[in-house]
Design a protein around this ligand. Structure first.
Ligand code: ADP
Ligand code: MG
Ligand code: MG
Length: 912
């Protein structure tokens, strides 16, 4: 049996790894090897594999050292040979190394790195002797003690605002010396720092600072493995779905010194602009500085390119003369180094075929590269880079499609906070990122107040703050900039409606105390009143105090061409959930090819309709009910005309009335008084009716097709409204494709009964109007029993639309409006991997959908099946819909582009 290899060397021709070995060598290690193979100057060294990280957690430190001893010694020798005459641990010509973490996926700054390892009092002297640069030697040593003390000896500040003990000592010495900058320290000062650092370490840990380089090396390697489990790393993994088993690799690499002299420096660079995607090389550097200095922001870094430097100076109001003397670009200061760097960045981008993020160090005029990786970027940049690289012939259409994470497209559609302003903003609470976007406004607690205020003072910015919202709050939500709720999950009313409106929403902020009576909300111990300004970040769930500046999103040409491409690859159609002509228009503009769900209940809240609706509900008998419905008919017909007109030529699925009737009755005394006045009936009668309609469990109560099966006249009126609208428009040359959908079906009998009502009404309408129109009748599949008996239901239903919100609710038995109480705990403890209301649960709910599809198509092979829950706009759920052969997904208008891209990606990933 061949022995497992634990250590891979990189440097020149004897490099053992390459870029394809990220799983084993981590991203950093694999790319260091690849760069070596590309003959780009990389200081030599070696990578200890990610597998050893797992060994370390199983077997502990001593055994891991034993496991590695031989291979590490050999690799150090190889490193020494390439560097030249220096030796690790030698007292005349010491080799110094860095010990760097590097996981499979990049986790920038999450784990620990130690530079200048191998130093002690003797090696300091040796370096001074050889280089004649005492300052470099002592500066490197004090940095090493600092990093090693933090990472290996546990003096790392745990909490962000804990004092950093070494920085404290540095601060003290600066005070004593009356200086401000690190660069003002004399060599003796730096030496003094090493003494104080070591003393503090001894005081705090009881241990001496180790002087033996091998002890330092082993401890550092183990500390990097340990850092895989530090809080920061665990949190980052959770955020980015990185499995713990992946482990981190450890890279040990010969040091190069950017802090050697003024002909040295270090920096970071991007091959393209990571914010805009523009194809311009850019980056920052510092003269006479080591590694982290640029990122750490101790000194203001300078720009790499002349153009970048000039732009930057212009922004700061710095004159060209000042710029040239105080902050010239690398291009101007070291033209030859810049020329090389520019050549390398081009080579690397061409090689990796993606935007690269580089680290480099210049040691006494010689350029070294220390890292390359695919650079992180904004959604805007992702789109631009993908489209540009396609045009440049660097990547194929399919690759371009796969380059953009669908979720990131959100950022292109909603206004965003100005990143500068965000840095200063104060977070007062955090909830679910229910609907992306950025908004600021004044607190308002009641939807109707919001409505009135905006009507009277157009342009007022309001944030509607509610414990939760319901259909009654719709208009208030529509005029608000954003919505904040204390309860409810990602599919709560507030969240769903906000996404549909493309409005920013943060939901389920458990820490909010809302007092409607006092009109106050308390968060983070502070009470805010109506009229106070707050800001919401719907992409992160953060709530800020005051007004945070935003900037509008811009829709680019590149975005349009990326969307155009999706049509070529996607097999799933994308429709939208839209209830108004406006929403339908937005959806169509975004490329929706139909409406997959038009909810009729929202229409009943507008204007006079709510009064007629309430009359209908309060009716004592069928006669009275019919009278009220007759008033609703023309109003409803008009709604449909509007939507059909916008959707000319495309299918529109209209769901018959779905929610329990009590939702249409007033909830407070003010509303009741309004009803008394409008309808001339007594207050007690209204109260009586409200009581009568009260249900223990309305979501499972008198709703969906149960309503129209007990009051068929409701379905009759709605069918009339739909078909009369369609025939009327037909005469005007508008091409309508109505699909009438029966909600909450649980059995074929429920469906058949509805079918009869709809067909006989249609017949009447056709005779009355002397014309016909093609229409379809379908069933919503949202009760598990409907999925299980789909073969029977398909006898009557001509299409299925899977209502994944309700289906998830009923399959799990999780109330989607109450899930906020336990969901965070379930997610934290791993009982649930993801929120099933956001991502389709393939194992459970997904099986039911599969069953509905296959059983339904058994009866009716041409059966069209789509989904219309919130999952319709979520990439992983869309992928699932593609795999199981659905015809379309339907989602909120603003998610249509995301869904189109996700559908294309699914088709590319799962060809045939
Ligand atoms: P991170 O993953 O946090 O970026 P790195 O391992 O990349 O950590 O290292 C931190 C900094 O130290 C980087 O700026 C890197 O370029 C620098 N660095 C790492 N190893 C060396 C080395 N051998 N010589 C000089 N600088 C180094
Ligand atoms: Mg790095
Ligand atoms: Mg439903």
């Amino acid at each position: 049996m061949k022995e497992r290899k634990h250590v891979y060397f990189f440097g020149g021709k004897i490099t053992e790894g390459n870029a394809t070995m990220k799983e084993l060598l981590g991203g950093k290690g694999a790319n260091l090897a690849e760069m070596s193979l590309l003959e780009i100057p990389v200081p030599p060294g070696f990578t200890i594999t990610t597998e050893v990280c797992n060994d370390f957690y199983k077997q502990g430190k001593e055994n891991t050292i034993k496991l590695l001893e031989k291979e590490v010694k050999e690799a150090i020798e190889k490193t020494e040979n390439i560097v030249g005459d220096s030796k690790f641990g030698d007292n005349t010509n010491p080799l110094l190394v860095s010990v760097r973490s590097g996981a499979r996926a990049s986790m920038p700054g999450m784990m620990d790195t130690i530079l200048n390892l191998g130093m002690n009092e003797d090696t300091v002297k040796a370096i001074i002797n050889r280089s004649g640069n005492a300052r470099l030697a002592w500066d490197s040593y004090r940095r090493f003690i600092q990093m090693y003390g933090d990472v290996v000896m546990g003096l790392n500040p745990i909490e962000k605002d804990d004092e950093d003990i070494f920085e404290e000592i540095i601060g003290q010495l600066k005070e004593e010396k009356g200086i401000k900058m690190d660069s003002e320290f004399t060599t003796d000062d730096l030496k003094e720092l090493t003494v104080r650092f070591k003393k503090t370490i001894k005081d705090k840990t009881g241990q001496d600072f180790p002087s033996d380089p091998w002890t330092q090396l082993w401890n550092a390697i183990m500390a990097v493995f340990e850092s895989w489990m530090n809080d920061r790393a665990i949190f980052y993994r959770k955020l980015n779905n990185i499995p713990e088993e992946w482990g981190t690799a450890v890279n040990v690499q010969a040091m190069v010194f950017g802090n050697m002299n003024d002909n040295s420096g270090s920096g970071v660079a991007f091959t393209r602009d990571s914010a805009t995607g523009e194809n311009v090389f850019n980056g920052e550097y510092l003269i006479n500085a080591q590694g982290e200095d640029v990122v750490a922001g101790i000194r203001t870094p300078q720009q790499i390119t002349k153009k970048g430097s000039q732009d930057w100076a212009a922004l700061q109001g710095i004159s060209e003369e000042d710029r040239k003397t105080n902050g010239p670009s690398l291009e101007e200061l070291m033209p030859e180094v810049f020329r090389q760097l520019n050549a390398f960045q081009k080579k690397l981008e061409l090689h990796y075929k993606d935007m690269q993020d580089l680290e480099f160090t210049i040691q006494d005029g010689k350029l070294w590269l220390l890292q390359t990786r695919n650079g992180k970027r904004t959604g805007t940049a992702a789109v631009k880079i993908a489209v540009d690289m396609l045009k440049e012939g660097l990547i194929t259409e399919k690759e371009a499609m796969l380059r953009v994470e669908p979720q990131r497209i959100d950022e292109l559609l909603h206004p965003v906070f100005n990143p500068q302003a965000l840095k200063k903003a104060k977070v007062i609470a955090k909830g679910l990122p229910a609907s992306p976007g950025a908004s600021s406004g004044q607190i308002i607690f009641f939807a109707d107040d919001a409505e009135h205020i905006v009507k009277e003072h157009a342009g007022r910015k309001l944030i509607l703050v509610r414990i939760e919202t319901s259909a009654e709050d719709l208009k208030g939500m529509a005029v608000a900039e954003g919505i904040l709720t204390a309860r409810g999950g990602m599919t709560s009313h507030a969240a769903v409606v906000a996404r549909g409106m493309g409005k920013c929403c943060v939901s389920g902020v458990a820490d909010l105390r809302i007092n409607y009576k006092m009109r106050t909300v308390t968060a983070n111990g502070k009470t805010y009143r109506e009229g106070d300004w707050i800001s919401l970040n719907g992409s992160t769930g953060e709530v800020y105090e005051g007004q945070v500046e935003t900037k509008p999103a811009e829709m680019s040409k590149d975005f349009a061409s990326l969307m155009e491409l999706t049509n070529k690859y996607a097999r799933l159609d994308v429709r939208a959930n839209a209830d108004t002509p406006h929403d339908a228009k937005v959806a169509r503009d975004f490329g929706a090819v139909g409406i997959g769900l038009c909810r009729t209940e929202h229409m009943f809240f507008e204007g006079d309709k709510i009064i007629a609706m309430r009359e209908m509900i309060l009716a004592e008998n069928t006669e009275e009910r019919k009278k009220a419905l007759a008033k609703l008919l023309p109003l409803q017909q008009k709604d449909f005309e509007g939507i059909f007109t916008v959707m000319n030529g495309l299918p529109v699925t209209i769901r018959l009335l779905d929610p329990p009737l009590h939702e249409f009755l007033p909830r407070d005394i003010k509303g009741i008084e309004e009803m008394v006045e409008a309808m001339h009936i007594s207050e007690s009668r209204i109260k009586q009716k409200i009581n009568a309609l009260h249900e223990m469990n309305p979501m499972l109560g008198h709703r969906g097709c149960r309503l129209a099966n007990t009051y068929p006249e409701i379905a009759e009126m709605q069918t009339r409204a739909i078909l009369q609208a369609a025939i009327k428009l037909k005469k005007e040359g508008i091409d309508t494709h109505p699909e009438i959908m029966v909600p909450l079906t649980s059995s074929i009998m429920e469906m058949k009964y509805q079918e009869n009502v709809i067909r006989s009404t249609a017949q009447k309408v056709f005779t009355e109007m002397g014309d016909t129109i093609k229409y379809e009748i379908g069933s919503m599949i949202e009760v598990p029993r409907a999925a299980i008996t789909a073969d029977k239901i398909a006898e009557s239903a001509e299409f299925f639309s899977v209502g994944t919100n309700d289906l998830t609710q009923m399959t799990y038995g999780f109330s989607r409006d109450d899930i906020g109480k336990f969901l965070p705990i379930y997610l934290d403890s791993g009982i649930l991997g993801v929120d099933p209301f956001q991502v389709i649960d393939r194992e459970g709910v997904g099986e039911l959908i599969k069953m509905a599809v296959s059983k339904g198509r058994l009866t009716r092979p041409s059966l069209s099946v789509g989904i219309c829950g919130e999952h319709g706009g979520e990439p992983s759920s869309i992928e699932f819909c593609h795999i199981i052969g659905l015809n379309y997904v339907s989602c909120s208008p603003y998610r249509v582009p995301i869904a189109r891209l996700a559908a294309a990606q699914a088709a590319i990933r799962f060809e045939n």
